[in-house]
Design a binder for this molecule. Sequence first.
Ligand SMILES: [Zn+2]
Length: 174
Amino acid sequence: MPTELLFFGQIASIVVFLGALFGIYRSLAAQKDATIQALKEQIELLKLQLVQAQSQTPDVAVEALSRRVKLIIEELSRLQQDANATADTIVGKERELDCAKDELSQLREQVARAEKLFDGFSCPTCKAPMETREYHYESVELNGRDVDIDHEFVTYECGLALSDGREARPCGSR
Ligand SMILES: [Zn+2]
């Protein structure tokens, strides 16, 4: 009888152990699902941001702002001809126009700066963006001393490759 009890006791503890293991497995699986769900949500968010970024290129923003300036100017000239428009309304519109013009010139400045910056990172022929920039170090002996020379290797999306500024592969747009 004691042997049997011991046996059932062992079975019971094994069942409890397996149950616990299954519980842990389930909670791990649930965590994994939650992680995957969170990652999916992040991807959706990034996709949204990408769409937004694409619709808000500097060109589009400058164009939208130019349109707004034009609209305000039109509205202003209408107000000036309108006998019922108060001086306050006109002054308010003029102020709005000044703000929009300021914003526009700031934006144009930013675009010009970005273009200048981009020039260093784009193909001089077709303006395709830089793809990779790598540096390789080479040890050479110079007057009995080892000197490290670094080589720059740059590739562009159009196929152009420059090795220390010299063309190693031509621009594909030509
Ligand atoms: Zn090119």
